[in-house]
Design a protein. Structure first.
Lengths: 107, 414
């Protein structure tokens, strides 16, 4: 299951997850969001960088995530904050699918 | 594009800052000057009633853009109040009696607080009332809360309630005095207003509805306030949030058309050629609703400023955004989208704050507005989708709206 030195953690089964859905993943006192987009899965930190709100409740439109509280917008693939009040980028993490299961690498 | 077009911006709030930034994105050559009356770079206001008071955020963190940004983008900020505008000669006269010409003018002077007046005999009471508009006001309120315990909040609107929430979070007490039969005016559904009232009371504040101040006495360092329903409260400070009016004093008796603010069309154009307006000060025509309106919200100030910039540059960009605003009180997030009056049906979705509760306002089976409340981010997505559904003008099946098992983005895709 390991590739090179990346530490892949199992998030969940793929089944039931639709495009524009968000899956919350908590690990080791940190939290993440995994997004299913048209062209695959992506992951970012789970909390908005503007205020402590979980992006799992946010709105995905194309490849952007809008924070549900104040509508700050981030690019999912790069984590870039593109619309205020969000101005600090999100960290992103590699995601892969293996045998119908989703994995995130948070090394 | 003229290489030395002079664009002057009157006002230095959010609409002004975003207008300047947007102009520079499209046009590297024009000269941009912002006329500011405050000694701060343009900054955001929402934290002034919340995180700045509770100490979660510093006053230094509020600027939209840094000094570097304005320098790098050649946006001049003049710390001068403008005393007069000569629309015919296209001249601004600043309070140091200097004249500055402009080619295009954007008026973004915002709104100002309505003030309480307890009469000529109560001048020192009048002068002691605290209001919230800017950083200096917020600092005064913060200091008062640090050193005192009891506060009267006159006005049960968003500002008054957000301050009351901050007061309670700091372990002090706010007594909210509201003349209406519910909090937050007629726009918020009664049921949501009641939930908010319960939350405030659960957190130690007291709310007086249908209440007016009959008399007020200041003795030593205390105010004794008598309300119309035999209630009496004693407080250390009075903070008022009783609404705002457009900041248009400078334009009275000029050729600029005024009516609840500066009257403009969907391209931000005023009645005077080459003069535009945006943000709180503007009473603009909204093509989607077919009516004039004036909005006071973060998103509107920002996006209206951006639209004005495009129109100043001749890019013909009608402003057709669906209105949206939020209010945070305690851990509750309340959001409003669209227009929430003139509806023929009201539909509820969800019934627990932990999952979010939303009321949709429909007219002819189409969503025209929605109001939701929930813990943290629970209503944001659906409110945002309500706005998109409203924009797309599609008819809705009531049962699908009510059913929380059905995701709202499915309704959009039909």
């Amino acid at each position: 299951m390991s590739e090179n030195n990346e530490n892949w953690l199992e998030v969940s089964d793929e089944s039931g997850i639709e495009v524009e859905d968000i899956v919350r993943f908590d690990h080791d006192n940190k939290t993440y969001c995994i997004y299913k987009l048209e062209d695959g899965y992506y992951a970012t930190d789970g909390l908005c960088t503007h205020e402590t709100v979980h992006l799992e409740d946010g709105l995905v439109i194309d490849d952007e995530i809008e924070c549900p509280m104040h509508q700050g917008i981030f690019k999912i693939k790069t984590g870039e904050a593109i619309s205020p009040p969000a101005c600090v980028d999100l960290k992103t993490y590699p995601v892969k699918v293996d045998n119908g299961k989703i994995f995130i690498s948070i090394s | 594009m003229s290489s030395s077009k002079k664009i002057s911006i009157l006002g230095a709030g959010q609409a002004a800052a975003y207008a300047a930034s947007e102009i520079r994105k499209h046009d590297k050559a024009s000269r941009i000057t912002i006329f500011s009356e405050e000694n701060y770079l343009p900054y955001e206001r929402p934290p002034l009633s919340k995180d700045n008071i509770t100490g979660k955020k510093n006053f230094e963190e509020l600027s939209f853009f840094s000094n570097d940004f304005y320098n790098t983008n050649n946006i001049q900020i003049e710390n001068q109040a403008v005393e007069k505008v000569d629309f015919e000669k296209k001249i601004l006269i600043t309070n140091d009696s200097k004249s500055q010409t402009y080619d295009s003018l954007l008026i973004a002077t915002g709104s100002k607080n309505k003030k309480l007046n307890f009469g000529e005999n109560n001048k020192d009471i009048n002068n002691g009332i605290l209001y919230l508009r800017n950083i200096d006001d917020s600092k005064k309120i913060k200091k008062a809360i640090q050193t005192h315990n009891r506060f009267a909040i006159v006005g049960g609107g968003f500002i008054g309630l957000e301050i009351a929430s901050s007061i309670a979070q700091l372990g002090k007490i706010a007594h909210v005095i509201e003349m209406g039969s519910q909090l937050m005016g007629r726009v918020i559904p009664q049921k949501i207003a009641s939930l908010v009232l319960d939350y405030h009371e659960k957190n130690g504040n007291s709310i007086f509805l249908n209440s007016n101040i009959l008399s007020i006495k200041k003795t030593n360092n205390e105010y004794q306030i008598d309300l119309n329903n035999n209630n009496q409260i004693n407080v250390d400070f009075i903070i008022a949030g009783i609404g705002s009016i457009a900041n248009v004093d400078l334009f009275e008796n000029t050729s600029l058309k005024l009516d609840n603010g500066i009257v403009i069309d969907e391209f931000c154009r005023t009645s005077v050629e080459d003069v535009f307006a945006a943000g709180d000060v503007a009473n603009f025509f909204h093509p989607f609703y077919g009516t004039q309106m004036r909005l006071e919200s973060y998103q509107h100030a920002q996006n209206h400023g951006i639209a004005a910039a495009k129109n100043i540059l001749g890019l013909n960009s009608p402003y057709i955004e669906i209105p949206w605003m939020w209010s945070d009180q305690f851990d509750l997030n309340l959001q409003l989208v669209g227009i929430c009056n003139d509806f023929d049906q009201e539909i509820q979705r969800g019934d627990m704050l932990e999952e979010g509760i939303i009321y949709f306002f429909l007219k002819n089976k189409k969503i025209i507005g929605a109001c939701g409340i929930g813990i943290a981010g629970k209503v944001g997505r659906d409110i945002r989708l309500a706005g998109k559904i409203s924009e797309s003008n599609i008819e809705i099946k009531i049962e699908e709206l009510k059913n929380t098992e059905i995701k709202l983005n499915k309704l959009l895709k039909k």
